[in-house]
Design a protein around this ligand. Structure first.
Ligand code: SF4
Length: 97
């Protein structure tokens, strides 16, 4: 599959201004691993960990539903778990309020 990804803090076209996303120059397919391709997922996350945009990229990914692939150092599974945990925390606060 030929997929174009653009990953910046606002998911716009890759900027030529600094800071550049660390994923620029990598095969985009690296960031769309099969769910069981743990080596590939870890490789993509390692690229993200070296990225100056990891935090905003991750925040953007968490605020977007049904986003495939590794973004901001998180796999789809990671993001699902984080969202589930946040939902449980919100529910707990609501119940105790
Ligand atoms: S955090 Fe990862 S996916 Fe996001 S811009 Fe950086 S390298 Fe690309």
């Amino acid at each position: 599959m030929n997929r174009t990804i653009v990953r910046t803090s606002d998911y716009g076209p890759v900027s030529t201004a600094a800071p550049q996303p660390a994923c620029v120059g990598f095969d985009p397919e690296l960031f769309f691993p099969h769910a069981l391709a743990t080596d590939q997922i870890e490789e993509a996350k390692a690229v993200c960990r070296s990225c100056p945009l990891m935090e905003p990229c991750g925040a953007g990914a968490l605020s977007t539903s049904d986003l495939a692939g590794v973004w901001g150092g998180m796999s789809e599974d990671d993001r699902r778990k984080i969202k589930r945990r946040a939902g449980r925390q919100r529910a707990g606060k609501t119940a105790s309020a």
